[in-house]
Design a protein around this ligand. Structure first.
Ligand SMILES: Cc1cc2nc3c(=O)[nH]c(=O)nc-3n(C[C@H](O)[C@H](O)[C@H](O)COP(=O)(O)O)c2cc1C
Length: 376
């Protein structure tokens, strides 16, 4: 996220938002409390996944989720997003730093960042939700890849979570536009079996796709200390839950791209897919989020990510945990089959296991704020 405090960045932000009057920054650099602030949500091209075409959509979903949580936290402190303008980010794989559109935000703009949208914030002296409660929920929200309690989830909770969502903060900033996301829970045994069957048959694709696996594997860290030092990525504990040291050692060898290259010939990727399918089958529910549009605009995609974060926070508040199973969305043939089998209302962009955790999962590492929020 870029926080526009310099003259060039504020000028570019106001121009993109169609404002005529540019107020000069104050001596301290940024606006006084009665002035507007401008944030630029951006995609970090150095850290994005690019090995599958579907990753382009996933990265924007992820940006939208980040934007939602940040904007909600600001709204809880009286800073409301009241205008937004989406910008098409440079295509994945484009050589870094050669897009002059990125330079409009001035010299401090990180060369690897592709702007996604510009947001105006206005101080309104009214808080939308309790900041402490939001912080606690955001901290409690972790992807939980372990087994879930087998008991059914209270239908009243699922009904509450089923309301169409639009990602509150970004949506508020774009009145008149309504890229609502449909929430569909998959609860019946037969339907969960359909999802598990797709995972079992196709879930090995990522493991057997050399480039995709190499890229995913580059985010697996050797230890807590390694993840802590780099500030991102996953330890084996975050991916598989607590493992005894000999099992950790075995998994490390089995997951290495060189081993995977060999083991896929004896169907190891299918074994991993069947393990994931068994987890899906034994979870009490799954959830699918869908766009109405088969070819969503950048605005719909980013708002979809915001809606996903909104859903995930609400589920966390209800005591539920999630574990996305994106492999059945990443290939159009499989996604089509999923949508048909479940009769989904539109294009599915997020599918996840849903349930009550049996074991707590550790939080994943995050980059320091100084690397994710830049003054430009
Ligand atoms: C759109 C999207 C799809 C994802 N798909 C998967 C997935 O299929 N499998 C998985 O293990 N993690 C997946 N993740 C990553 C995790 O859910 C999670 O965001 C990441 O591991 C960070 O951990 P945290 O949720 O505990 O903060 C996905 C994330 C996003 C945003």
């Amino acid at each position: 996220m870029g926080w526009a405090i310099g003259a060039a960045a504020r000028h570019a932000a106001t121009a993109l938002l169609g404002e005529n009057v540019v107020r000069p920054p104050t001596e301290s650099g940024h606006a006084a409390l009665d002035e507007d602030e401008y944030l630029v949500l951006a995609l970090d091209r150095e850290r994005q996944l690019t090995s599958l075409p579907a990753h382009a959509l996933e990265m924007l979903i992820s940006c939208g989720a980040y934007g939602e949580i940040l904007l909600r936290a600001l709204a809880a402190q009286g800073w409301k997003a009241d205008r937004v303008r989406f910008v098409n980010p440079a295509p994945a794989g484009q050589a870094l730093g050669d897009d002059s559109a990125d330079r409009i935000f001035g010299d401090r703009w990180p060369h690897a960042w592709a702007p996604v949208c510009v947001v105006r914030l206005r101080h309104v002296h009214a808080d939308s939700e309790d900041l402490v409660e939001l912080r606690e929920t955001a901290r409690a929200r972790h992807t939980n890849r372990g087994p879930y309690r087998p008991e059914s989830i209270d239908p009243a909770v699922l009904t509450e979570l089923s309301t169409p969502r639009s990602g509150l903060s970004l949506f508020q900033a774009a009145p008149g536009r309504d890229p609502k996301v449909t929430v569909r829970h998959v609860v019946a045994d037969a339907e969960r079996a359909e999802v598990a069957d797709l995972v079992s048959r196709h879930g090995g694709r990522d493991f057997s796709h050399l480039l995709a696996w190499q890229e995913t594997h580059s985010f697996i860290r050797r230890s807590e200390a390694d993840a802590e030092a780099r500030g991102d990525g996953f330890t084996l504990g975050q991916l598989f839950g607590p493992l005894a040291p000999p099992r950790q050692y075995g998994m490390r060898i089995a997951l290495a791209p060189a081993t995977m290259r060999l083991l896929r010939h004896v169907g190891y990727h299918r074994v991993l897919a069947r393990q994931l399918a068994a987890m899906v089958r034994s979870s009490p529910a799954a959830v699918a989020l869908c766009f109405a549009d088969e070819a969503p605009s950048i605005e719909s995609i980013v708002c979809g990510g915001a809606a996903m974060a909104d859903y995930w926070l609400a589920a966390t508040r209800a005591g539920l945990v999630l574990h996305p199973v994106s492999v059945i969305l990443q290939h159009d043939d499989v996604r089509d089959e999923l949508e048909k089998r479940l009769g989904l209302p539109g294009r599915a962009f997020f599918v996840s296991r849903l349930g009550c955790a049996l074991t707590a999962f550790p939080p994943s590492h995050r980059l320091a704020t100084s690397r994710t929020l830049r003054l430009v």
